[in-house]
Ligand binder design. Structure first.
Ligand code: FAD
Ligand code: DLZ
Ligand code: SF4
Length: 510
């Protein structure tokens, strides 16, 4: 091309309105997409996640070409591929001799660090533009966070509601309350079967990528065969529409519920699309708000859904960029145990864990409460090493990109940040899982027993966890209740539970 701008589109940036594409001159500019091995293997991503990203990239390239844009799409199986972003950027600069490079702020710290070195490496200016696909800019989040001792999502969320006008009636929140979470905690009644989500049969492009991924990454945990995620903006919108039509109305009531054989419940299954750039978060929020206004979904469902996107999703991104890189290295509870083999599919007698891991293998998906209160809760109670836990979540879920995965794992699930995100650890015994699911009925363990051969591991691990960290938790008023209960317990019972916990944990280490 000689001259013009080389515009970078990363795998999670398949968005028509991407800031890196603003001002594109079709006569002079080239858009570069890079499929590279290094990004497929820095953790052993689930094959479905790799298919999602590569297929979305290929479909996006095709859409750009159809609009008359010059696209340079480096394929993973190109023999000349250097298999890294840096190497492919340099090769593209040599091919096209652009005046400058324009990119959009990436979603992961390590990629941003690499990108910051591109200017020196390539010898031309590199402009990294803000990622305008989010509803809260990073400077806006920093302004909110500045001077605060703790960062509570709820306060951030209220500001976002006011700023966007979503679910507002004048200056007041719709329905007179900001948050309807208390109405969103029902277990799934017997006989209620959640409607299945919209799944998408792979087209020729996706099938080709599936073959490539099966050949190259077949050893990674996860089945590629069941791939059915949206890989275009059109399919992502169809998935959203199906959710709004079929499942939104009961999303709120059963948001925290879990059931065997029901991997998706009333959830939206749109995180892969939002995170890859196929779906606009405001579009999703507006569609839900419209369903409330036209009477097809109740407020507790719509507020709950909008809170996840406008609140949690924007908030965790802000936290990530505000606190990295130190955030990733924190280990407030001094957890060091390696990840047990059952996270990668080895047999376990804990039915709740086995269900969550099996569906993760099949679908690259588990819903929020499974991630938080089953695999996350186990990691917290058993003191699993945060770095290993984070690498697992980043690898196994198709929606996992570090900006959203790390705060959820490290901050919300395992309290490795010592309470920056959550004012108390989300620790729970088997009673919680029993209340919110039907897993315990078919389990080898009994959620009502804390010692003995059938005791539920979540029970003795829970009390061992509270006892282990009692000194630390004494300073936290929100932990006063479990500490009081522990203090009132028969000391022989506590010793027996802690003995069970030690024996159980030793089997994991072995
Ligand atoms: P729904 O339950 O239908 O929610 C709708 C949307 O709200 C989601 O698509 C998502 O975009 C957003 N959302 C909901 N909860 C959160 C949250 N806590 N943080 C950010 N956005 C949220 N989400 C990811 O997108 N990627 C991850 O890698 C990821 N890792 C997680 C790890 C742990 C330990 C935990 C506890 C949660 C994690 N989450 C992650 C958040 C949440 O579990 C997923 O967003 C959700 O399960 C995606 O499925 P869904 O689209 O059906 O969501
Ligand atoms: C996750 C992923 C995978 C598997 N492969 C690619 C790839 O080949 N090319 C690419 O541009 N991005 C990929 N990604 C996403 C990146 O690892 C990373 O998450 C994003 O670049 C952050 O914005
Ligand atoms: Fe999980 Fe315990 Fe219930 Fe078994 S009894 S499913 S281990 S919570």
């Amino acid at each position: 091309m000689n001259g013009g701008t080389l515009r970078i589109v990363l795998g999670d940036q398949c968005s028509r309105d991407l800031s890196a594409l603003a001002g594109l001159d079709p006569a002079r500019d080239t858009v570069l997409l890079m499929e590279v091995q290094a990004e497929c293997t820095y953790v052993p991503h689930h094959p479905q996640k790799i298919v999602l990203v590569l297929s979305a990239m290929r479909h996006f390239s095709r859409a750009l070409v159809a609009r008359g844009v010059r696209v340079d799409h480096v394929r993973l199986d190109d023999p000349a591929n250097t298999q890294s972003f840096r190497g492919e950027m340099l090769r593209a600069v040599a091919r096209h001799r652009p005046d400058r490079i324009v990119a959009t702020h990436p979603g992961e710290w390590r990629v941003l660090q690499d990108m910051k070195g591109w200017e020196a490496a390539a010898g031309i200016p590199v402009e990294i533009r803000e990622d305008t696909r989010f509803l809260c800019s990073l400077p806006r989040f920093r302004a909110w966070a500045a001077g605060r001792k703790s960062y509570r999502m709820e306060f951030f969320y209220r500001e976002m509601r006011r700023e966007t006008g979503l679910l507002m009636e004048g200056d007041e929140p719709a329905g007179g309350k900001w948050n309807f979470d208390a109405e969103n905690r029902a277990a799934l009644p017997k006989g209620l079967v959640p409607p299945p989500p919209h799944r998408f049969a792979p087209d020729d492009i996706t099938r080709e990528v599936m073959d490539l991924v099966a050949t190259r990454f077949g050893a990674h945990f996860g089945d590629v065969a069941g791939f059915a995620w949206p890989v275009t903006a059109k399919d992502a919108r169809a998935a959203l529409d199906a959710f709004i039509r079929d499942r939104l109305a009961l999303f709120g009531d059963y948001q925290d519920a879990m059931a065997a054989g029901q991997p998706t419940m009333f959830h939206a299954l749109i995180s892969t699309s939002l995170n890859a750039g196929l779906l606009d978060p405001m579009e999703a929020c507006r569609a839900a708000e419209a369903a409330w206004r036209d009477g097809s979904a109740p407020l507790n469902a719509v507020e709950g859904f909008i809170r996840q996107i406008l609140g949690w999703r924007e908030y965790v991104r802000g936290i990530y960029w505000h606190l990295m890189p130190g955030y990733a290295a924190e280990n407030a509870l001094g957890a060091t145990r390696p990840l047990p083999g059952f996270y990668w599919g080895a047999a376990t007698s804990m039915r709740c864990v086995a269900e969550a891991v099996a569906q993760t293998r099949d679908l690259a998906y588990a819903h929020h409460i499974q991630r938080l209160m089953v695999t996350g809760n186990f990691a917290l109670l058993a003191g699993l090493d945060p770095a290993e836990v984070n690498a697992w979540y980043l690898a196994v879920y198709a929606d996992a990109f570090e900006w959203v995965e790390l705060p959820n794992t490290h901050g919300m699930a395992i309290h490795a940040d010592g309470g920056v995100m959550a004012s108390k650890p989300y620790a729970a015994s088997g009673a919680y899982i029993n209340r919110m699911s039907d897993y315990c009925g078919g389990c080898a363990h009994d959620p009502k027993q804390a010692t003995g051969p059938r005791a539920c591991p979540f029970n003795y691990l829970y009390w061992d966890f509270i006892a282990r960290h009692a000194d630390r938790f004494a300073a936290n008023p929100r932990m006063a209740m479990p500490l009081r209960t522990l203090a009132k317990m028969d000391t022989a019972k506590v010793a027996a539970m802690r003995g069970e916990a030690a024996r159980f944990l030793a089997t994991l280490d072995g």
